[in-house]
Design a binder for this molecule. Sequence first.
Ligand SMILES: NC(=O)c1ccc[n+]([C@@H]2O[C@H](COP(=O)([O-])OP(=O)(O)OC[C@H]3O[C@@H](n4cnc5c(N)ncnc54)[C@H](OP(=O)(O)O)[C@@H]3O)[C@@H](O)[C@H]2O)c1
Length: 279
Amino acid sequence: MVFGASGQVGGAIVRELGVWGERIAGTRYAGSDGRYLRVDITDAGSVAEAFLATRPDLVWIPAAMPNVDWCEEHPDDSWAVNVQGPRSIVEHARREDIPVIFFSTDYVFDGTHGPYVETDVVHPLQTYGKHKAEAEQYLLQYPGALVVRPAWIYSEDAMPRNFVYRVLQDFKDERPIRALADQISTPTPAGPMVKMAWQAVQDGFRGVLHLAGPERLSRFELVRRIAQLSGHDPGMVQSVGSHALSLPARRPLDGGLATLFSRYAIQERLEDLDFVKLA
Ligand SMILES: NC(=O)c1ccc[n+]([C@@H]2O[C@H](COP(=O)([O-])OP(=O)(O)OC[C@H]3O[C@@H](n4cnc5c(N)ncnc54)[C@H](OP(=O)(O)O)[C@@H]3O)[C@@H](O)[C@H]2O)c1
């Protein structure tokens, strides 16, 4: 069962597990994909109905509100989706002893000395990170929970939620792009991340696992790399410092993730993305 199958990571889960022949039920919220049940995870009744209707034996929770600035400006709504939602899902899962895979974020760290490993102490700077850290704490009380932390996810989906797709649209429309030169992280390909999470859960791994891409880049370097790989002009990308943009939420600047569990290390880089599919 995938809560949030209509999202970027949810789509990758459905694709990857589908390849392996697993039977998958999924949910959507505002999306209109008729394959999925409409579920509001902030509504305990809606979550209960989803469990009743599908009787899952494994639960994935990519459902979230990951827009950090929106969360900063709507803290109550952020808490409802990012904390209360996963809590009510895990309560059901625990009752039925079902393993849960929850997606957290590198934003649980403050970005003073990245990359961070699983044993580093969390210290979020903004509402989104605080709420994800609170959800993690709750989930980790359940021995059946795997908490995956990715960072800066991208995918092969032609959807605006995919950062690479958004950037490609800007290039196509010849919109100048400004990208932060002082925020560094580890861009994470959604498909390989899902494969590793699936492998880990089958191995019986529970607790916190960092699943991020192998390179640490600034946003500016990342966007220039996307330009190079897709045949656009990297000169269209302008570098800015975070102080120049008055964004509502503070970002972890020297961030990114590494893992202590090298057998789950993701090897795929941006070069391995199928840019033709996204064109
Ligand atoms: N994107 C990143 O760069 C990034 C980086 C690090 C960690 N993460 C984490 O990775 C996970 C997946 O992110 P993503 O990029 O796949 O996000 P996404 O594309 O925005 O997908 C979010 C999903 O949550 C669903 N949803 C939103 N509100 C809901 C509600 N009230 N009830 C039920 N479902 C609801 C959405 O449904 P509809 O689309 O139908 O509304 C969608 O399926 C999140 O936990 C996020 O915090 C993301």
